[in-house]
Ligand binder design. Structure first.
Ligand code: MEV
Length: 307
């Protein structure tokens, strides 16, 4: 039986999530954890996962959206593998959509550009959450470090030129909240607090601009990046996406001298992100998080890694 596979990487958002939905710039970095999708023909759509975490209920809908966008009438058994946990915040739904698109392209021998893959994967993301900015599928498709902006006339993004690795701790709260729910919550907050939201949006925009300038400088000041992350967390708190579990994880990270710590992705639980000095600093924080009952992972962003 013919089998085809496709892969795509997970991501962290360093600065700018949620505000990105309304057109703020955001910075996302690819992480080394990847999703792998394997497809085999079947008489119906079916989905299985070998990856830990929660699987969004709408996976079959996402698969149908992608098949439709590629004008494919055949049906498949779709199996999710790889080492990208589906825990919320790490871009696993977008990585799944990109991996599936690549698997289908491989199955039919189609040579799709990344632009086309990104466009198709976005249709899958729409099933998972009604109003995605396009940030997650873009970083899953292109990898690297991107500065992204949603734009009605076509999203814009550029690759940031980083010249040093960045070390992170990913702290898993163990609480999963669908991104769709958190995005809707923020949009409700915006509708009720237009002026305040605009003020917070402007601050987020400034953090992202400062962050990208620092990251692209010759000798990036990571302490400053950490401070920007902390300020970003204040904004995320103000729009109501930080739970007590997020706060607990972030507190531990900062007590262990993380350079900065914040939610990454949708929040409402999910994953928190700490920028740290190096691997041994990460190990220290991970140990402390584990002692407090949280799962945690080390992740390094390496500028030389290709998608
Ligand atoms: C989710 O990873 C990032 C959000 O900004 C939503 C989006 O941009 O689509 C919360």
């Amino acid at each position: 039986m013919k089998i085809a596979t496709g892969t795509a990487g997970g991501k962290i958002i360093l600065l700018g999530e949620h505000f990105a939905v309304n057109g703020c710039h955001a910075i996302a970095l690819a992480i080394s954890n990847k999703s792998v999708v394997e497809i085999t023909p079947l008489d119906k759509i079916s989905f299985h996962t070998k990856v830990g975490g929660t699987i969004p209920k709408l996976t079959n809908k996402a698969i149908s959206n992608i098949l439709e966008a590629m004008n494919i009438k055949d049906k498949f058994n779709v199996e999710l593998k790889g080492d990208l946990p589906t825990v919320g915040g790490l871009g696993s739904s977008a990585a799944f959509c990109v991996s599936l698109t690549r698997a289908l392209a491989n199955y039919y021998g189609l040579k799709l550009t990344n632009e086309k893959i990104n466009e198709i994967a976005y249709k899958g993301e729409l099933a998972f959450h009604g109003n995605p900015s396009g940030l997650d599928n873009t970083i899953a498709t292109y990898g690297g470090a991107i500065k992204f902006r949603r734009n009605p006339a076509g999203n814009k993004f550029e690759q940031l030129k980083l010249n040093m690795p960045l070390h992170f701790v990913l702290g898993l709260t163990g609480i999963s909240s669908p991104t769709s729910k958190m995005v809707a919550k923020v949009q409700e907050f915006k509708a009720k607090n237009e002026q305040l939201f605009q003020k917070l949006f402007d601050q987020a925009q400034e953090l992202v601009s400062d962050g990208s300038t620092i990251l692209e400088s010759e000798n990036p000041d990571l302490e400053l990046i950490g401070k920007l992350m902390n300020k970003n967390q204040e904004l995320l708190r103000a729009i109501g996406v930080s739970t007590k579990e997020n706060e607990e994880v972030i507190k531990i990270m900062l007590e262990e001298s993380a350079l900065g710590a914040k939610i990454t992705g949708g929040g409402g639980g999910g994953t928190c992100l700490a920028l740290v000095k190096d691997k041994s600093h990460a190990d220290k924080i991970i140990l402390k998080l584990k002692k407090s009952g949280f799962k945690a992972l080390y992740s390094v962003f390496s500028p030389s890694r290709k998608v």
